[in-house]
Design a protein around this ligand. Structure first.
Ligand code: FCB
Length: 457
């Protein structure tokens, strides 16, 4: 294959999230989040796994950061845990919670790595959920206050601030099909959560700017939605609807200003949108400096009167839209492997929303990672290397066609708590032995190290 070089200054790194790796669920005054409650509720997470211990990163962060440096990572995207910093989500800040992120930030910077912070990666304080969570407008206001508190402590050292990770998941999986915490199944609630999450982003952006933040953004998981049959008008209509509910419902208010009319009409058929108040759309549309893109797999849909798999995560698509079963090759999550989807997605966003620079804030794959015969030798994860190689080529193709893509962060540094799937799905480029907490870089980590050092493939 031809050798590919990435632009100078292209940023290479890895991403994680607080609840997935930190553990220390009861240390130093941390409050409870919706994921503590959810994972401790029988039947919600595979085999009753919880994030109580996870990768124990809370205590092992220094060694983990040393390992990142050894692998040559230039950037590290991590999230702060709201209930660690503000146990009830409102009221007093817990200084010991902030102390941890202070130490973490200094350790990252001390190794010459650029910290990229995510203020919310799904761990809402349980106390706020008890008052309605993201269906309560007040949660958006509380989030901005929390954002300001984190900025006040770390703003002097962290240059890149992102508000939310994948609000699509928080809203539709959390309140639509209930597969994620808090496990609610209510179509109207899902849409009110979408709006309050966007409002939270807007209000937090204001708070960060007021504090002096330079680079502010948000991470979405936009979908590459494809009609099953490109010549079918029914399939095209289904794709348009799903694109509206997954992509344009977030991208338009953030980057154009206001919800698209077709989405507005669809939502109004399900719930009276009293949650959208007068100036909200102005607040949400405040300029951002960076859009984070998480991409894993494409979405193929067909418009069928007896469509299966609609509803839930896409309220209002019940019966009308069929979500096609993925066809191989698949990852261990059962997700399709289609790197071309990443090129298409990046180009589409760059075309329809041209003003904002893009950063791939997550991309990667779970594979069974057959253990090597002895625990000290690395996992030979050639399937993961092939996945990453394919997607980096796809990202490169988008850059070659003019997309302003600034960097790539692999998901994930470590095997970790994969939400409803618990620890059984491994996304890390570094293997974690959960009995001993021993970390061993997989072949993919060594391969990635080489990619970074060459700035290419
Ligand atoms: C994304 C999440 C991340 C991880 C990957 C596999 O949706 O942001 O935490 O679970 O999927």
């Amino acid at each position: 294959m031809t050798e590919l070089r990435f632009p100078d200054n292209f940023l290479w790194g890895a991403a994680t999230a607080a609840y997935q790796i930190e553990g220390a669920a009861r240390d130093d005054g941390r409050g409870k989040s919706i994921w503590d409650t959810f994972s401790h509720t029988p039947g919600r997470v595979y085999a009753g796994h919880t994030g109580d211990v996870a990768c124990d990163h809370y205590h092992r962060y220094a060694d983990d950061i040393a390992m990142m440096a050894e692998l040559g990572l230039q950037a590290y995207r991590f999230s702060t845990s709201w209930p660690r910093i503000q146990p009830d989500g409102t009221g007093p800040v817990n200084p010991r919670g902030l102390d941890f992120y202070d130490r973490l930030t200094d350790a990252v910077l001390g190794r010459g790595i650029d910290p990229i912070i995510t203020l919310y990666h799904w761990d809402l304080p349980q106390n706020l959920e008890d008052r309605g969570g993201w269906t309560n407008r007040d949660t958006a206001e509380h989030f901005a206050i929390y954002a300001a508190a984190v900025y006040a402590r770390l703003g002097d050292r962290i240059g890149t601030w992102t508000t939310l990770n994948e609000p699509w998941c928080s809203a539709y999986l959390g309140y639509g099909n209930g597969v994620h915490a808090p496990g609610v199944q209510d179509p109207g609630a899902a849409f009110s959560a979408v709006h309050h999450l966007l409002l939270a982003h807007g209000l937090a952006t204001q708070a960060l700017r007021a504090g002096g933040a330079g680079r502010v953004g948000i991470t979405l998981n936009p979908a590459d939605v494809r009609p099953a049959d490109p010549n079918s008008t029914a399939d095209a209509a289904a794709a348009r609807l799903v694109d509206g509910l997954h992509n344009r419902i977030f991208l338009d208010p953030l980057l154009i200003g206001g919800y698209p009319d077709d989405v507005r009409e669809h939502v109004a058929r399900i719930v009276e949108p009293t949650f959208v108040q007068d100036d909200d759309e102005k607040i949400i549309a405040a300029p951002i400096d960076l859009l984070g893109i998480n991409y894993y797999a494409p979405t193929y849909v067909a418009g069928r009167p007896d469509g299966a798999g609609g509803g839930g995560a896409y309220p209002g698509t019940e019966g009308a839209v069929q979500f096609l079963a993925p066809v191989g090759p698949l990852t261990d999550m059962g997700w399709m492997i289609e790197p071309a989807g990443l090129t298409r997605l990046l180009e589409r966003i760059a075309t329809d929303y041209p003003a904002v620079p893009l950063l791939i804030t997550e991309n990667g794959a779970a594979f069974p990672d057959k253990a090597a015969t002895d625990v000290t030798s690395p996992v030979q994860d050639t399937d993961r290397i092939a996945y990453l190689d394919g997607h980096l080529r796809a990202a490169h193709a988008a850059i070659a066609r003019g997309v302003d893509l600034r960097g790539y962060l692999v998901w994930s540094l470590l095997d970790n708590f994969e939400w409803a799937e618990g620890y059984r799905k491994r996304f890390g480029i570094v293997h974690v032995d959960y009995l001993t907490q021993r970390r061993t870089p997989k072949s993919s980590a060594r391969w990635y190290q080489e990619v970074i050092s060459r700035n290419g493939l």
